[in-house]
Design a binder for this molecule. Structure first.
Ligand code: KG4
Ligand code: ZN
Length: 341
């Protein structure tokens, strides 16, 4: 079975081809440099850029995979959540393709695709669903931070999510306060590697609360006040690294503590993590050591699959097909606020 998948929910234009659990090709064209100029994603520009890029990206995916349009058995696209006009480009292109070739279509929930992305591994990338076990999954990106109880394949329940800013947003807004480029997450990650995470103390919001929710806006505000009260500190290269390491430590501490606590509380043996912030080296290390201490198996999405990509959309669509999940009508609309159940 060959699946053609599209992902255009935010600022990545991606097309993938998947066959029997193997990613034959996953091409991602990132718009991040264009949006950096504006300090964040500009929705209208994102949609126009998807329109410009989608066909060339699709053509490269077909070329890389060595298959033709006629070989496609199933078509899938991200239906939501995401930026409305951006979603529209990928969804309508995919639906038109499915209609033209008379093949089944799956509209995929973007978070659900992230949720199963840690099961895609290796080179060439392939799905390892035969090793699936119930898990607690952390989805952590620029727009979302949530903990999900994944009971079995395609059966999950959101335990909690952020009440305000997402963790990635906290990284990006901290970076903005420090005059770093957008997106600041990877830059803070790099600077923090040579900084002292204990140099400055920042709050760990909701860390010790007996719930599965997150809140990062207070942490961002305390960074703002810290910078105001220490003028010039960030001009010193080492102090800047220490500050980045200290803010990052607060974010990572909250994410790791709450994820591991949720896994223990639910009695699952496995933790998974995905989404752009899962690229963060400190988060990966700290999750590894906390899970080792708690005797939990950890599956982190591969770095290339943490950020938005169509491979995870195609793999999930194929799994849905195999597990007889209901198809989507080929004239279905985008669902910009589609929250995970
Ligand atoms: O999943 P993603 O590509 O897009 C969505 O938001 O859906 O995630 C992007 C976010 C940005 O906030 C970016 O700063 C953050 O992921 N990010 C990181 C790192 N790489 C990306 N944050 C911390 N450390 C990183 N290495
Ligand atoms: Zn995403």
């Amino acid at each position: 079975m060959i699946v053609l998948a599209f992902e255009t929910s935010c600022d990545e234009t991606s097309v993938a081809l998947v066959r029997d659990g193997q990613v034959l090709a996953s091409v991602v064209s990132s718009q991040v440099k264009m949006h950096a100029e504006y300090g964040g994603v500009v929705p209208e520009l994102a949609a126009r850029e998807h329109l410009r890029n989608l066909l060339p990206v699709a053509n490269s995916a077909f070329e890389l995979a060595g298959v033709t349009a006629r070989d496609v058995d199933v078509v899938a696209a991200t239906q939501g959540p995401g930026l409305p006009n951006a979603l529209m480009v990928g969804l309508k292109a995919a639906e038109a393709f499915a209609f033209a070739v008379g093949k089944p279509f799956f509209g995929i929930n973007h978070h659900e695709a992230h949720l199963y992305s840690p099961w895609i591994t290796g080179s060439p990338a392939h799905a390892e669903f035969e090793r699936f076990e119930p898990n607690v999954s952390l989805i952590v990106s620029g727009g979302h931070t949530m903990l999900v109880d994944v009971q079995s394949e395609l059966q999950h329940r959101v335990l909690g999510s952020t009440m305000d800013d997402a963790a990635g947003e906290c990284f990006d807004k901290t970076g903005k306060l420090l005059g770093l480029a957008y997106p600041a997450g990877p830059i803070i990650d790099r600077l923090a590697e040579q900084g002292n995470p204990s140099a400055f103390q920042f709050p760990r919001p909701l860390r010790n609360e007996d719930n599965h929710d997150f809140s990062f806006s207070g942490l961002k505000t305390s960074v703002r006040y810290f910078i105001r009260d220490h003028p010039g500190l960030a001009d010193d290269a080492q102090q800047l690294r220490d500050l980045c390491a200290s803010v990052q430590a607060a974010i990572v501490d909250v994410l790791v503590t709450k994820t591991v606590r949720a896994a223990k509380k639910l009695g699952v043996r496995c933790v998974t993590a995905s989404g752009g912030v899962t690229c963060n080296r400190s988060l990966r290390r700290e999750l590894e050591s906390a899970c080792r201490r708690a005797h939990l198996t950890l599956r982190l999405a591969d770095a290339a699959l943490c950020t938005d990509n169509a491979a995870m959309v195609g793999i999930l669509a194929e799994r849905k097909m195999k597990l007889n999940a209901a198809l989507t009508e080929v004239d279905a609309e985008i669902v910009p606020n589609w929250s995970l159940a």
